[in-house]
Design a binder for this molecule. Structure first.
Ligand code: IPM
Ligand code: MN
Length: 366
């Protein structure tokens, strides 16, 4: 198994959490005899400083030559005054567009049996396991026209969706729901927005091709409440770009912290993997960041790009093991038995992974 991975650590805590994800990927490669090659490139504020652009040409070129891209985070307050298209975030949005992935998969799971990671009551949380599918290349993020008017006395953005854009991401949701609990909740604001009315029409029509999958529709405001009051009622949640951005930060409460959520962006030329959290400049460089979202994103890379389902699951089990044993980074709520730094947490996942492999080898040896 050979894999070229372009690594974009980015800004703030991005480099710290990416380092731990790489530690785990390298361990998987060494222990299984895979040939993983990593090429690091600049993006975001770091790239602005080095190259004068948040998405320099060498970064795009290396990404296009790779099998997958692993990204840390972008964003830095020192660039807050720049125009939207010059900021670090523009580098990430440009990259998403260039790689073409339109379906952003964001799982939010209640790690078991350690419900104390989540601020949600254990009896409400249950065995929550939601897969959010966020449309990633349309809506307000990319719609034209956009801009300011006059002397910045007004501003506007455009929310636009084509039938094709809705259908292709909808298909990903139905296909994935088939492999899970066979339920899709499509989230929109069809009582107000035309884009949402079209969204609902297209998804309803598509749903007829998947009679084995139960489809329901929900308004985004109602959904945002239900995620907290009844998280076990969801399986796959399908929604447009901005709604998905907001709902998945909220859904981080299910796992326990924004630092724990992973994401995979698929459907385009090159798959992109990144934790859901941002660059958290306030804690950058202090060893306080939670690397589990980045490590879980690496597991998604093993699953979706490398098709190494067993290795992906091993990494996810190791994360679970670490949490079950009571290890926490400071962002995770609840009674922390052992509080670890970013690096210690990465090493702990590696250790649990090593122990699991040893156990398996010992079992096969007898
Ligand atoms: C995310 C982030 C990005 C987004 C930002 C950094 C542009 O919040 O991946 O959720 O809004 O998509
Ligand atoms: Mn976000």
């Amino acid at each position: 198994m050979k894999l070229n991975i372009c690594v974009l650590p980015g800004d703030g805590i991005g480099p710290e959490v990416t380092r731990e994800a790489l530690r785990v990927l390298k361990f998987v490669a060494e222990s299984q005899g895979y040939d993983f090659r990593f090429t690091e490139r600049a993006i975001g504020g770091t790239a602005i400083k080095q190259f004068g652009s948040p998405l320099p040409q060498p970064t795009i070129e290396t990404c296009h030559k790779s099998d997958a891209v692993l990204l840390g985070a972008v964003g830095s307050p020192e660039f807050d005054n720049l125009a939207a298209d010059k900021r670090p975030e523009a580098g990430l949005l440009g990259l998403r567009k260039a790689l073409g992935g339109f379906a952003n998969l964001r799982p939010a799971i209640a790690y078991q049996p350690i419900a104390d990671c989540s601020p949600i009551k254990a009896e409400v949380l249950g065995k929550s396991d939601i897969l959010f599918i966020r449309e990633l290349l349309g809506g307000l993020y990319f719609g034209q026209p956009r801009g300011f008017e006059g002397n910045r006395d007004a501003a506007f953005n455009t929310m636009r969706y084509t039938v094709e854009e809705i259908e292709r991401v909808g298909r990903v949701a139905f296909e994935l729901a088939r492999k899970r609990r066979k339920k899709v909740t499509s989230v929109d604001k069809a009582n107000v927005l035309e884009t949402s009315q079209l969204w609902r029409e297209v998804i309803t029509c598509l749903g007829k091709e998947y009679p084995d999958v139960k489809l329901d529709h929900m308004y985004v405001d109602a959904c945002s409440m239900k995620i907290i009051t009844s998280p076990t009622s969801f399986d796959v949640v399908l929604t447009e770009n901005l709604f998905g951005d907001i709902l998945t930060d909220e859904a981080a409460a299910i796992s326990g912290s924004l630092g724990m959520l992973a994401s995979a962006t698929i459907g385009g030329k090159i798959d992109l993997f990144e934790p859901v959290h941002g660059s958290a400049p306030d804690i950058a460089g202090k060893g306080l960041a939670n690397p589990l979202g980045a490590i879980a994103s690496a597991a998604m890379l093993l699953r979706h790009t490398a098709k190494l389902e067993n290795d992906a699951r091993d990494v996810e089990d190791a994360i679970q093991e670490v949490l079950r044993a009571g290890y926490r980074t400071p962002d995770i709520k609840g009674k922390s038995k052992y509080v670890l730094s970013t690096e210690q947490m990465g090493k702990m996942v590696e250790q649990k992974l090593a122990e699991a492999l040893d156990r398996r080898r010992a079992y096969h040896a007898v």
